[in-house]
Design a protein around this ligand. Structure first.
Ligand SMILES: Nc1nc2c(c(=O)[nH]1)N[C@H]1C(S)=C(S)[C@@H](COP(=O)(O)O)O[C@H]1N2
Ligand SMILES: [Mo]
Length: 352
């Protein structure tokens, strides 16, 4: 009889670690002890080690199941593409010469920039690790060659080579506030281009109401994707008005150079008036659709993470306040602003 990984998970002796860990997945992922996913992850590794297996990757063998969640019957992304492991030497980007890009002075800040070394070492990217030291787990990941497919309700569906796309788009640098739903915050110099510039190129049809986005699916290079209790790949969505908003960027750079992997290389979304979980990293697919797309964190914990995820100090998270945010590096507490201070740009989108 094949061994069910979920039972394996439940049969583990799990102790709650004092580590703070905020995004909690669906209840069926967690034993009654309320162990965090990180605990499960660590304990599973430990169990496999004692059983004589090298690590989590052995689970596929253990269960006799080499298929990933993307093919699970309830996975919302049946069109996710499982990419084969990259072969050959790593390839360099062909667009490094575009950085640093022209600075757009329209977006200034009320706070100092977060130092680069801090922003680089405190990340959320579950494809690699559920801990914040994502930078320690990214060495196998290849960001070239990279393609972004744009499909769905558009006049000109197209698959872009990333470097070709970056070269044809108007790259610029903007300083934005950034706030994670866990109530920590940063101030970041992004380099990217308006999402609108890409949409103008593919020409959305009039019945396109939403934009759906997917992250890569390459478990051989992203160890977190070998954990089968998440429905990989990560998926997000925006209304078309949000995607067309002047603030909405597709970022390919940070601090005046290309994105390092932990920030979502080679291309990620930036929506500064929304909590960080909306800003999907390492995008491979953009689809224009007629119906509201499902989103990763909303599916995992609907009562905690809504589709819109607009920063709002007056609506606490179920388990903590959103009235203040903690700046990374200084630990300074600041009052969180409605729409993260971007109300003049976006408040009209939410008037009913
Ligand atoms: N594909 C993917 N995108 C993701 C995440 C993730 O785990 N996977 N984490 C999100 C969350 S919760 C946050 S706060 C931001 C963090 O971005 P940063 O690490 O560049 O600061 O990325 C978001 N985008
Ligand atoms: Mo987040």
């Amino acid at each position: 009889m094949p061994l069910d990984t979920r039972n394996l998970e439940l049969s583990l002796q799990i102790t709650k670690s004092p580590m703070s860990f905020i995004h909690i997945p669906k209840s069926w992922h967690i034993p009654a002890s309320q162990a965090t996913p990180e605990d499960i992850y660590l304990d599973r590794r430990r169990l496999l080690k004692t059983m004589g297996f090298g690590g989590i990757s052995a689970l596929g063998v253990l269960t006799g199941c080499n298929r990933l969640n993307a093919w699970r019957p309830d996975n919302p992304n049946q069109d996710a593409i499982l990419q084969p492991p990259s072969t050959g030497p790593p390839q360099a980007s062909r667009t490094q010469d575009l950085y640093p890009a022209r600075h757009n002075p329209a977006f200034t800040l009320d706070r100092p920039l977060t130092p680069e070394y801090t922003a680089n070492k405190y990340n959320i990217f579950y494809e690699f690790a559920v801990s914040k030291d994502v930078n320690n787990y990214v060495h196998k990941f290849r960001t070239r060659p990279w393609e972004v497919e744009v499909k769905g309700l558009v006049e000109k569906p197209q698959t872009f080579d990333l470097d070709d796309l970056v070269r044809m788009m108007p790259l610029e640098e903007r300083l934005y506030r950034f706030c994670c739903v866990e109530a920590w915050a940063m101030a970041i110099p992004w380099t990217g281009f308006p999402f609108k510039a890409l949409l103008d190129k593919v020409q959305p049809m009039s019945d396109a109401k939403y934009v759906r986005m997917l992250t890569f699916l390459r478990p051989s290079e992203a160890p977190g994707q070998q954990a089968k209790w998440f429905p990989w790949p990560y998926y997000e969505g925006l209304t078309i008005e949000e995607a067309m908003n002047e603030l909405t960027l597709l970022a390919t750079g940070i601090y005046g150079h290309e994105l390092p992997v932990q920030h979502g290389a080679p291309i990620r979304l930036v929506t500064p008036w929304k909590y960080g979980y909306k800003s999907i990293k390492s995008i491979v697919l953009i689809e224009l659709v007629n119906e509201k797309p499902r989103t990763f964190w909303n599916d995992e914990a609907p009562s905690e993470y809504d589709f819109y995820a607009n920063v709002n100090p007056y609506i606490p998270h179920l388990r903590w306040s959103q009235a203040t945010e903690r700046m990374l590096d200084t630990n300074e507490k600041r009052e969180t602003m409605l729409y993260n201070g971007y109300a003049p740009y976006v408040a009209h989108l939410y008037k009913t």
